[in-house]
Design a protein around this ligand. Structure first.
Ligand code: R5P
Length: 322
């Protein structure tokens, strides 16, 4: 039976006054239990939940949902496994055969950070980890870095990205403007589909990685709309960096360090207000990468002290964990 517009308004006004058969034939799949509601929780205010990540409380539901996949709502932190280095460096040490070196580590990460090439060729779509997609690309280490463009947003949708990672080179005489424009465009595109953006601060060799520079670079990213910042740790005054930026910061591991030092760095960064790590070489170039990533996890999520984490690393390594 077709329903006339006039009847439709009658249904809205008073469902009870319409014969159940009429409702059944037009709108209702099953009207046997149609009855007035009773449990309105009168006197109980509806919970109004805050959001656990710094500076992200006013974001759209989709953005928050994606961020809650990347960061643990329990600890507020993340262990991202970064293996996007090949996009500028080629087959660097530890990434020659990512199917052998990286895939076994993925299960210990909270999020993977990689290029679309690595994703499609070696990452199992069944891995169940959110993706921080390397969203900018351009020049390699053989020329001048940071001369980059960004990808189509449809590509990020196709691969179900949870985060768009974009290089931003504050202080780069040649490409600072280009990379900040790339960030701006990425934030605009990501916002259309509620995909958050992570500004990745690229620090040129001529620049000093101190708190002053890192706060400046990170703050520029945040002010231009980045929802997350990835930057480097500095021993002196790193809490100034985390405190001068209104959104979460994760640290890159940087060049390979002895395992104990890398664990100490992760602990110090979390202690100084970082919301996790986006770590590559200090994991996949370790003597025992699975032992290392598990030890980093304990620091990031459970506040394990470096001594204990290093012992855990040694024990796992000795017990055959590689
Ligand atoms: C750098 O451009 C890449 O995006 C890496 O993902 C980043 O540097 C983190 O890796 P690592 O811990 O090896 O520094």
């Amino acid at each position: 039976m077709l329903l006339h517009t006039a009847n439709f308004s009658v249904i809205l006004d008073s469902l009870d006054s319409i014969h159940p058969i009429f409702i059944h034939e037009t709108y209702m799949a099953d009207n046997d239990s149609v009855q007035g509601g009773k449990n309105f929780g009168i006197g109980i205010p509806q919970a109004s939940e805050g959001f656990f990540l710094k500076g992200c409380g006013h974001l759209d539901w989709g953005m928050k949902s994606r961020l809650a996949q990347v960061f643990s709502p329990k600890s507020g932190c993340t262990v991202m496994l970064a293996f996007d280095h090949g996009y500028i460096m080629g087959p660097t040490s530890g990434l020659e055969r990512m199917d052998l070196s990286i895939v076994p580590l993925i299960e210990y990460s909270d999020c993977i950070m990689c290029t679309r090439g690595a994703l499609r060729s070696i990452v199992p779509p069944t891995c169940g980890k959110p993706l921080s997609l390397r969203y900018s690309a351009g020049s390699s280490i053989l020329t001048y870095l940071n001369d980059e463009c960004i990808m189509d947003i449809e590509e990020a949708l196709r691969v179900n990205a949870a985060l768009l990672a974009i290089m931003v080179a504050v202080g780069d005489q040649k490409h600072e403007g280009l990379t900040i424009r790339n960030l701006t465009k990425t934030v605009d595109l990501g916002t259309k589909y509620s995909i958050p953006t992570m500004g990745v601060t690229a620090v040129g060799k001529e620049l000093v990685r101190d708190a002053r520079y890192l706060s400046m670079a990170s703050r520029v990213c945040a002010e231009n709309g980045a929802h997350i910042i990835k930057t480097y740790y500095c021993e002196k005054d790193f809490e100034q960096v985390t405190n001068s930026v209104p959104v979460p910061i994760v640290i890159a591991g940087g060049k390979k360090l002895p395992e104990r030092e890398a664990l100490e760095m992760a602990y110090a960064a979390i202690n100084d207000g970082a919301a996790g790590v986006d770590m590559g070489r200090n994991i996949f170039q370790s003597d025992a990468p699975t032992a290392m990533i598990q030890s980093v996890r304990e620091i990031v999520h459970n506040g394990m002290k470096p001594d204990q984490a290093y012992k855990m690393y040694q024990d796992l390594k000795a017990s055959g964990g590689n």
